[in-house]
Design a protein around this ligand. Structure first.
Ligand code: ZN
Length: 307
């Protein structure tokens, strides 16, 4: 079975500001590494469609969608938050990011591919129901999860988020949805700050202290996420794949290595193989050291491909 790679050229036209770490080059860094490793041509490539308003409404109120639409500039840049701004391509790129997740869910549910990776930006896991923040505009993984439940009648979808930052936006959007288990590992204290208490069967927040390395990370995931995931028995797993917990990342202080992304991907696939007919949709979130992002992202995708 194959792995889909879903992306769009407009994802490299969105730019926050020159020199910003969430930069257009992040997309090519991963794609070029896949080419160097001979993996790129073995993926099933699709262009990301735009998400419809109906899809966005799964996660955001109409007033917020209107706000993003009306702020989208035809030239120059519009600031929405201290570190989140829009250029003339941002709205299209953000719609393609959300649309990629919806499309990936449909692809995986159709059985045409085993799993999918969405190579998109801007990322999504910091976008709350009514607030763009942390380089994010729409809750891509939350929209994908809710689409899987609404359109494909799934009853249990797990979201796992191994980005170094807490997935506050996803947490906000899926709060109270008994069909979704949300697992997030993150450095704490670190941006964005607070996180909600764990709720059995719904939320597993795993704060990690600065300096946490491979052994401690693997042991913490094994004792918190994995039992919760096995007991939830997800029918699909959606991954917020951020690679900024890598030791080389400039925005955070965890000490993960390339191999840890192989390991965590294997753990997620093991759960999916046992409970979810192997169905995984993974979406790019953070990762700001380009060489580490390239290696870790390609390692993650290589595992998904079982290559
Ligand atoms: Zn991050």
């Amino acid at each position: 079975m194959a792995t889909a790679l879903i992306s769009h050229s407009v994802c490299v036209q969105h730019e926050i500001s020159p020199g910003h770490p969430e930069c257009p080059e992040r997309i090519a860094a991963i794609a070029d590494q896949l080419k160097r490793e001979g993996l790129y041509d073995h993926l099933i490539h699709h262009e990301a469609p735009t998400a419809s308003t109906e899809h966005l409404l799964l996660a955001h109120p109409e007033s917020y969608i209107e706000l993003i639409n009306t702020h989208a500039p035809s030239s120059g840049s519009v600031q929405l938050d201290a570190d989140t701004s829009m250029n003339p391509h941002t709205l299209n790129a953000a719609l393609r990011g959300a649309g990629a997740g919806v499309f990936a869910v449909d692809q995986v549910m159709s059985g045409d591919v085993e799993n999918a990776f969405c190579l998109v930006r801007p990322p999504g896991h910091h976008a709350e129901k009514g607030q763009a923040m942390g380089f994010c505009f729409f809750g891509n993984v939350a929209i994908a999860a809710k689409h899987a439940i609404n359109t494909h009648n799934l009853e249990r979808v797990a979201i796992v988020d191994f980005d170094v930052h807490h997935g506050n936006g996803t947490e906000d959007i899926v709060e109270g949805d008994a069909n979704i288990l949300f697992c997030s590992s993150f450095e704490s204290p670190l941006y964005p700050g607070g996180y909600r208490a764990n709720v059995e069967g719904q939320r597993v927040n795993l704060p990690l202290s600065s300096g946490t390395g491979s052994d401690e990370f693997r042991s913490a995931i094994s004792s918190t996420w994995l039992p919760a995931l096995h007991s939830f028995r997800p029918q699909m797993i959606i991954v917020s794949a951020g690679f900024d917990a890598h030791a080389d990342d400039p925005l955070a202080n965890l000490q993960l290595q390339d191999d840890d992304y192989v390991w965590i991907t294997q753990q997620i696939m093991d759960v999916a193989d046992q409970h979810a007919n192997s169905r995984i949709v993974s979406m790019l979130e953070g990762g700001y050291d380009l060489p580490a992002l390239a290696r870790s992202g390609a390692a993650h995708i290589k595992q998904l491909m079982r290559a």
